[in-house]
Design a protein around this ligand. Structure first.
Ligand code: ASP
Length: 280
């Protein structure tokens, strides 16, 4: 059993030391809580739980605390993928729900598993997800001051459970200041992908992640025999060629965790019951 989570990026130039320490503490607490949950739940249940905790923390650009788009509205995207069934479900540009990841999870049992915009919100309302504003005063202040901190707080989780099953979940408020209608990578197979061999969650510039097909490439390479290190190295070398900006977390079927060779400023934490590792 192992778990790895990410919370986007931390940049010394536009975020304070206090924010860094707060993110380190929050990731530690959430990684440990999610691990405890994994002791009695599947990887699939656990990644949704972990991402819902990250969404509830205002420090991150997902759920509560999501960034505001250019027209003053928050639209969020989230997706889940179960490595065992290889099914993906998600919401794209959903408004006014507390936990987009839980709507994505709820959709897993439907034939139509990825819903966007008004359809996603209507589905959520009809299935008991209450109207909830995820706006916080700090994001409105940044929006009014036309400050865009670059979407540096998308969240994600990858877990392997005691049966060796893998799952992934990713959730975002987007890049910040984007044109209404812009599609994030987080609810696509480029940003969130899993099968029985490997599971990957990405963060970074969605356009770059989609152009590079980052999560899908890493999972496919591991499926075809590369180890995580080689798969990351090849995929991120290709990303560099298009001047792309992204980070990723992964676990393979043997329980190897990986985050290196993606992006040095990505914030992450992992826990396996004994060893805890996080960004410095
Ligand atoms: N990938 C997200 C997006 O482009 C943003 C992020 O990860 O920071 O919507």
């Amino acid at each position: 059993m192992k778990i790895i989570i990410h919370g986007g990026f931390f940049s010394e130039s536009d975020q304070s030391h206090e924010v860094k320490v707060a993110k380190q503490n929050s990731l530690k607490e959430i990684a440990k809580k999610a691990y405890q949950y994994l002791e009695t739940h599947s990887a699939f249940e656990t990644v949704a739980y972990a991402v819902s905790l990250l969404e509830d923390d205002e420090l991150y650009n997902a759920g509560t605390g999501s960034q505001i788009q250019s027209d003053g509205i928050i639209r969020m995207s989230a997706a889940m993928m179960d490595g065992e069934t290889q099914k993906m479900s998600g919401v794209i540009n959903i408004r006014d729900v507390k936990n987009p990841i839980l709507v994505a999870k709820y959709l897993m049992k439907e034939d139509d598993r990825v819903l966007g915009g008004n359809g996603a919100k209507k589905y959520a309302s009809e299935h008991g997800f209450e109207n909830y504003s995820t706006e916080i005063p700090q994001r409105r202040k940044e929006y009014v001051a036309k400050l865009n901190n670059g979407g540096k707080g998308t969240v994600g989780c990858v877990a392997i459970d005691r049966e060796g099953k893998l799952a992934v979940a990713t959730s975002t408020g987007g890049k910040g200041f984007e044109l209404p209608g812009r599609i994030s990578d987080s609810a696509t197979v480029a940003g969130n992908y899993a099968n029985e061999f490997c599971a990957v969650s990405c963060t970074g510039v969605g356009e770059d992640i989609v152009s590079n097909a980052t999560a899908t490439k890493i999972v496919t390479r591991v499926t075809d025999g590369m180890d995580l290190e080689e798969a990351f190295s090849k995929t991120f070398t290709e990303l560099k060629k298009i001047d792309g900006f992204a980070g990723a977390i992964a676990i393979d079927q043997s329980g190897n965790l990986y985050h290196k060779d993606s992006h040095p400023t990505m914030v992450f934490a992992s826990f396996d019951g004994e060893n805890f590792e996080s960004f410095k």
